[in-house]
Ligand binder design. Structure first.
Ligand code: ZN
Length: 300
């Protein structure tokens, strides 16, 4: 019997946390924030195939919604005061799951590794796992980009999510190199039996939403994916619809709405503190000289 065939208990999640760890959001606390009275600060509607960035003060709520029906959005997040600290999709996937929902947190990259936001509500949290193994709010994939498109098809297109996010951050002093792996909101994806990444049409309906509580002051950026609701996804312009009928991909594109709120009564935040990075103070095993090492044996 091959080792792989030997029965063994199912593998457990790789990352465990001690009770009270910041890995797990205090549900009662975040439910209190979710239900508390809000004051609208600003909002905007992001048109199809475009990108925009916006600032969010810590302790505020960000709501991303689908005002006209299904549409996928690609989300990036930075620490407003230090854009080297930015969302780390891969570690978030390991700490929580391949797809995120209420009470999951979006974590920052090394050497910061702390929650940037906590998800406090998700109208699609009941989506669960569909018959193909797909789940909603994807961390498996990343943004569409013009480089892979050109590599695979030779076509050139300037309004992929990577490009939309790049244009969005330029007014904030950031560049293409600051754009990073995304959370794909309202996007259903999975891995098939061969381990291949697949995407399905977005299940979002008019008025669906996901809400984030800002654990730090943030710069966020969102792209309305040129694939729209992904119901006709294919490389290049347009794609094959049901039964061969040609449907333009642009017909599947809809706007997304962003709302930022403050809390009317700050007392619901009692006990909430800014989470500091882990206290590792090692030097990765290195011994680093402080300066020039001089041979003083012949000193006069
Ligand atoms: Zn995209």
């Amino acid at each position: 019997m091959a080792a792989a065939d030997k029965p063994h208990p199912p593998p457990q999640p790789a990352y465990h946390a001690t009770p009270g760890s910041i890995l797990h959001a205090d549900r009662g606390f975040y439910d209190g924030i979710s239900r508390a009275e809000r004051v609208p600060i600003f909002s905007f509607t992001l048109p199809v195939r475009s990108g925009r960035a916006w600032k969010v003060p810590s302790g505020h709520i960000v709501r991303i919604s689908t005002p006209e029906g299904p549409q996928v959005g690609d989300l990036n997040i930075w620490n407003l005061d230090n854009p080297r600290e930015r969302f780390w999709a891969a570690r978030t996937r390991q700490l929580h799951a391949s797809h995120v929902s209420t009470y999951d947190r979006l974590w920052s990259c090394l050497p910061y590794l702390r929650p940037m936001v906590t998800i406090i509500d998700d109208s699609l949290s009941d989506y669960g796992v569909d018959r193909y193994g797909g789940r909603c709010h994807d961390l498996l994939g990343t943004r569409c980009d013009p480089y892979v498109n050109t590599m695979l098809t030779g076509d050139s297109y300037d309004f992929h999510c990577h490009s939309n996010l790049t244009r969005a951050v330029i007014p904030y002093g950031l560049t293409e190199f600051d754009v990073h792996d995304v959370l794909n909101v309202f996007q259903v994806t999975g891995l098939n039996a061969d381990g291949k990444y697949f995407m399905e049409a977005s299940p979002a309906k008019k008025g669906d939403y996901i809400e984030f509580f800002a654990e730090q002051s943030l710069l966020m950026a969102l792209s309305t994916c040129p694939g729209g609701d992904l119901s006709t996804w294919g490389w290049g312009e347009g794609g094959a619809g049901e039964e061969g009928e040609k449907k333009s991909m642009l017909d599947c594109c809809r706007p997304l709405k962003v709302d930022v709120f403050s809390l009317a009564d700050q007392s619901v935040l009692e006990g909430w503190t800014r989470i500091e990075p882990p206290t590792y103070r090692g030097r990765h095993g290195m011994t680093i000289p402080e300066g020039e090492i001089r041979d003083t044996s012949n000193a006069r």
